[in-house]
Design a protein around this ligand. Structure first.
Ligand code: NDP
Length: 296
């Protein structure tokens, strides 16, 4: 069996079309959705993510603001920036790009964000609301994974989903979202991590396997059952002298081998990555609807 490719690029474009209609509707009511991003320091990967977010906003007609602070910014200063954004009516949603420099307490900063403007969905109130099935904002990457599954005809209801990874931004929330008693969920979920014994014995049971480990090409074909749906979240930079830049991006899944066994698979790049950005845009738009007492 050769797997069908689930193109995040194509699905994200469809969602962008839907968002354009929503944004036009808001604009017709005199509302321009606004998203702000706060970046502390000069981490090149973070700078690139922040640029991509700004570009995506501009392309859709979402008002975007990027606040760049030096790496030695004090926690107090960052908290005052968060406070200003909490109060700014032009900004419906915002996020503080992680990771933060070591001298800043990440949890303290996340806790200071107004949960109603928490575009990343990382505030403990939003994490709790996601868990009890009453979400305000869903975190972008796990929400994007759910949309990819549903829109590719792989509704997770009744399926055994095996998630490899238990981070707060991917593994745990995707497990929480897919186990809900809700549309596009109702899966039976197993979460594996670095202390899991005999990982392959779990992944081989998965109707759907979600790899979110950060370990290049770790998931091999013999770890997947025939016909499984494989979602590769991993984004790993590996040296490749044959590539123009001397490196390329690969996922956590051994794509070439696994695609011969899976029924559906996501590529890297062009899979989960584009979905993450568009789901963040969706959070900005839903926040604008909510802030104006409107139904999305
Ligand atoms: P983390 O490093 O925070 O978490 C990795 C998780 O994988 C941990 O729970 C870890 O276990 C587990 N793990 C690592 N090695 C193994 C192993 N050998 N066997 C089983 N479990 C293992 O990473 P993130 O969740 O932040 O990201 C994961 C990957 O997804 C990265 O490549 C990242 O770049 C990518 N990513 C991509 C996004 C996108 O938009 N495409 C967005 C976010 C992330 P333990 O908890 O025990 O340490």
């Amino acid at each position: 069996m050769t797997a069908k490719i689930i193109s995040g690029t194509e699905i994200a474009e469809r969602i962008r079309q839907e968002l354009r209609a929503k944004i036009a509707d808001l604009r017709s009511k005199g509302i321009v959705p606004g998203l702000a991003v706060v970046l502390v320091g000069e981490d090149p990967a973070s700078q690139q993510y922040v640029r991509n977010k700004g570009k995506a906003c501009d392309e859709l007609g979402i008002y975007s603001r990027t606040i760049v602070l030096p790496a030695d910014t004090t926690e107090e200063k960052l908290l005052s920036v968060v406070d200003e954004l909490n109060k700014d009516p032009q900004v419906h949603g915002f996020l503080v790009q992680l990771p933060l420099p070591k001298h800043i307490d990440e949890n303290k900063v996340l806790n200071a964000i107004d949960p109603g403007k928490d575009a990343d969905g990382f505030h403990p109130v939003n994490v709790g609301r996601m868990l009890i099935g009453d979400p305000l904002f869903l975190p972008a990457t796990p929400h994007g994974i759910q949309e990819m599954l549903v829109r590719s005809g792989n509704d997770p209801a009744g399926k055994h989903v095996v998630v490899v990874g238990r981070s707060n931004i991917v593994g745990k929330p995707v497990a929480a979202i897919l186990m809900q008693k809700a549309r596009g969920a109702n899966a039976t979920v197993t979460v594996a991590h670095s202390r899991t014994k005999d990982l392959a014995s779990f992944t081989r049971q998965g109707d759907i396997v979600i790899a979110a480990m950060g370990s290049p090409r770790f998931i091999k074909a013999d770890m997947i059952k025939e016909g499984a749906v494989v979602i590769d979240v991993g984004t790993n930079r590996v040296d490749d002298p044959t590539a123009k830049k001397g490196y390329r991006w690969v996922g956590d899944v051994d794509f070439d081998a696994v695609k011969e066994k899976a029924s559906y698979i996501t590529p890297v790049p062009g899979g989960v990555g584009p979905m993450t950005i568009v789901m963040l845009m969706m959070n900005a738009v839903t926040a604008a609807y909510r802030a104006n007492g409107l139904e999305y």
